[in-house]
Design a protein around this ligand. Structure first.
Ligand code: ZN
Length: 139
């Protein structure tokens, strides 16, 4: 299953179609985007628990310099990991409930979820290659 980044509809995607850029049955948005998806307190739960692929969430804040520095690296990693891991971002200034539930102490923090459960986390800005290497180590 893949959760639509735009309308949150859960779509069933056949494994052999993952590489063929499947789109949402309801709104035609690309289901496994090559760019980070923005999550909110409202969309986080459904998105992380119903996605068959692991979801890597970058918890960031608008005032955080290292977060801004990592933005292009995270986007590059999203493109490199397309179809294997879904990359998402959560603004810890705008969203409070989920960062608090996962006790996010510093930004940027990267937390990897599988079926909604945290399987790994790391903190601090990293270049794209290091993000990819770290994620692959956890899978
Ligand atoms: Zn949709």
């Amino acid at each position: 299953h893949a959760v639509c980044p735009k309308c949150q509809t859960v779509n069933a995607v056949l494994p052999e179609r993952i590489r063929q850029h499947p789109v949402c049955a309801k709104c035609a948005t690309l289901l496994l985007p090559d760019h980070p998806v923005d999550l909110t307190d409202q969309t986080f739960e459904r998105f992380t628990t119903r996605s068959a692929l692991p979801v890597l969430v970058d918890f960031w804040a608008p005032w955080c310099g290292p977060c801004k520095m990592m933005t292009p690296a995270f986007a590059l990693a999203a493109s490199a990991l397309q179809g294997q891991v879904v990359l998402a971002k959560m603004d810890t200034e705008a969203q409070r409930a989920i960062p608090s539930r996962f006790s996010i102490q510093s930004v940027p923090s990267l937390v990897l979820f599988r079926q909604g459960k945290e399987i790994a986390r790391t903190a601090g800005a990293m270049p794209a290659a290091q993000i990819q290497a770290w994620v692959r180590q956890q899978l």
